[in-house]
Design a protein around this ligand. Structure first.
Ligand code: DGY
Length: 314
């Protein structure tokens, strides 16, 4: 007799789910690329544990479909897709996977930064499309990173890992966060940071307070010819205003996350040569994603056994 049903909303890399089976749980994995809302509502019925991804909105309606639900073990560090208040009210534990994806996300941040600053995607298309006929001193000129100022918005684990990498490229780092930290970089207000940075990189969680943090006014308060990088959450940026800012004010943008997400085919952002967009792959290193699964499972088992999980949110 299984101990109870665990719904996992996507297949996960690695062998972490075997641990749940071995512990006697009935593990139900949704195998599709995405899980439609109606299916989520049906499949969660009877679950005592849930492992959702960032694309599943886990709100009161979902929780009420599974009155026996004890734990939501997020397969992510971000938890903006979960109604934490609703979970708290129902006594459901919520956990996440911090730390393990720091380096992978910082790597992708630098990949986007380099791609935008040195016009790598434009250059690759130029060559592939047969336009490369000669070397020219003014061909595809980009931004020099040595000596450029990188402004980091949100100096948690990922922000700090980005700062370390940026230093290796000879960039000057400044940052803004709720309070100054004992770090060797100047702490500025957001307004000062926007006015002084050649590149602004977002690393703050999405909350009601940070929603559209980069609104029209702030996007246009960035230095003319500067770059915006977002590997945090799409909701931090006003997309419509960003499209406008990219048509002259900004040098470019590197976006691993967007609003809406996924960004639909034909969206104006795709038409801009200075926007480099990747499909939310910040943590997508194989080892990182396997490790995230192990941590999610560990959290889930602890919470189901009535022990304090290693990475609690609620
Ligand atoms: C997270 O963990 O929050 C990322 O966005 C997906 O790995």
């Amino acid at each position: 007799m299984p101990k109870g049903k665990i719904l996992v909303t996507r297949s996960l890399p690695g062998k972490a789910l075997d641990r749940l089976r071995e512990a006697g749980y009935q593990v139900e994995v949704h195998e599709g690329l995405f899980l439609p809302r109606e299916d989520l509502l049906k499949r969660v019925e009877g679950a005592i544990g849930l492992i959702p991804t960032v694309e599943d909105r886990i709100d009161a309606e979902v929780m009420d479909r599974a009155p026996g639900l004890k734990v939501i073990a997020c397969y992510s560090v971000g938890v903006d897709h979960v109604d934490l208040e609703a979970a708290r009210e129902r006594g459901i534990r919520v956990t996440h996977t911090p730390g393990v994806l720091t380096e992978a996300t910082a790597d992708l941040t630098l990949a986007l930064l380099l791609a935008v600053a040195r016009r790598v995607v434009e250059g690759a298309a130029y060559a592939r499309d047969g336009l490369w006929k000669a070397w020219h001193p003014e061909l595809l000129l980009g931004m020099d990173l040595q000596g450029a100022t990188l402004g980091i918005v949100g100096m948690g684990r990922i922000g700090q890992a980005v700062a370390q990498r940026a230093e290796a490229f000879g960039m000057k780092v400044v940052y803004t966060s709720r309070a100054p930290k004992p770090l060797p970089y100047p702490h500025l207000s957001l307004e000062e940071l926007l006015a002084t940075s050649d590149i602004v990189s977002l690393h703050t969680p999405l909350t009601p307070e940070t929603h559209r943090l980069m609104n029209r006014e702030r996007l246009f308060a960035m230095r003319p010819g500067s770059i915006l990088i977002n590997t945090a959450r799409g909701g931090l940026v006003d997309t419509e205003a960003l499209v406008e800012a990219l048509k002259g004010h900004l040098f470019g943008a590197g976006l691993d996350v967007t609003d809406p997400e996924p960004l639909p085919p034909g969206h104006p952002l795709y038409t801009l040569p200075n926007a480099v967009i990747t499909p939310h792959i910040g943590s997508a290193g194989r080892r990182t994603r396997e490790h995230m699964a192990e941590i999610a499972v560990e959290n889930l088992l602890f919470a189901l056994e009535g022990r304090e999980p290693p990475n609690p949110v609620v």
